[in-house]
Design a protein around this ligand. Structure first.
Ligand SMILES: Cc1cc2nc3c(=O)[nH]c(=O)nc-3n(C[C@H](O)[C@H](O)[C@H](O)COP(=O)(O)O)c2cc1C
Length: 162
């Protein structure tokens, strides 16, 4: 799932940077094995199901199906797309770098090989890509600047102003 990754480059060729991938997790293991993945963009209406993928996360779990979502074949890579997600970016692994020497987490760069988008989200006059029905942005562990109190993650929306 994607809600905070970074995308750089232009429309001809761009790369996706996943800021933090745990070396102990599934994603890292499957990237090592298959050298590919699919970034699936959920919208807020399926957020609860998506969060279940984090709970159904045993190494032998089919976390997509167990979470009530549908795995479908990607076009260019050997990794599942999630049918309910409105946008999917199929990617090939480029490189990884440890956050610092000995860190359990790495930053990963991927090259996009194919993009597919649901037509109702593609059309800004229908569900659209922006606003409450489009991209979700994860506001990770928001912290009260006065007290330091950390509150649960929140999801925000991207609004276009001009
Ligand atoms: C709604 C939602 C959005 C997510 N967005 C991202 C994201 O932008 N970047 C990311 O690295 N992981 C994101 N995750 C977490 C990944 O789906 C996944 O749990 C993570 O890559 C670790 O997978 P693993 O435990 O199978 O290795 C998101 C999860 C959910 C439920």
């Amino acid at each position: 799932m994607q809600s905070w990754s970074t995308f750089v480059g232009d429309s001809g060729e761009f790369i996706c940077i996943i800021g933090s991938v745990s070396k102990d997790g599934h994603l890292y293991q499957s990237l090592k094995e298959t050298k590919c993945c699919v970034l699936n963009f959920p919208s807020y209406d399926i957020c609860d199901k998506c969060v279940q993928t984090i709970k159904n996360n045993g190494f032998d779990d089919d976390e997509i199906t167990l979470s009530g979502l549908t795995a479908e074949k990607a076009k260019t890579v050997n990794a599942p797309r999630i049918a309910e997600c409105f946008l999917s970016i199929e990617c090939e692994f480029l490189w990884e770098r440890e956050h610092f020497e000995g860190s359990p987490n790495v930053t990963v760069a991927l090259r996009a090989t194919h993009i597919c988008m649901d037509s109702d989200h593609y059309d800004q006059n229908k569900l659209g890509r922006y606003g409450k029905t489009g991209y979700m942005y994860n506001v990770h562990s928001p912290r009260n600047p006065e007290t330091g109190e950390v509150t649960p993650d929140c999801f925000g929306a991207l609004e276009l102003y001009r």
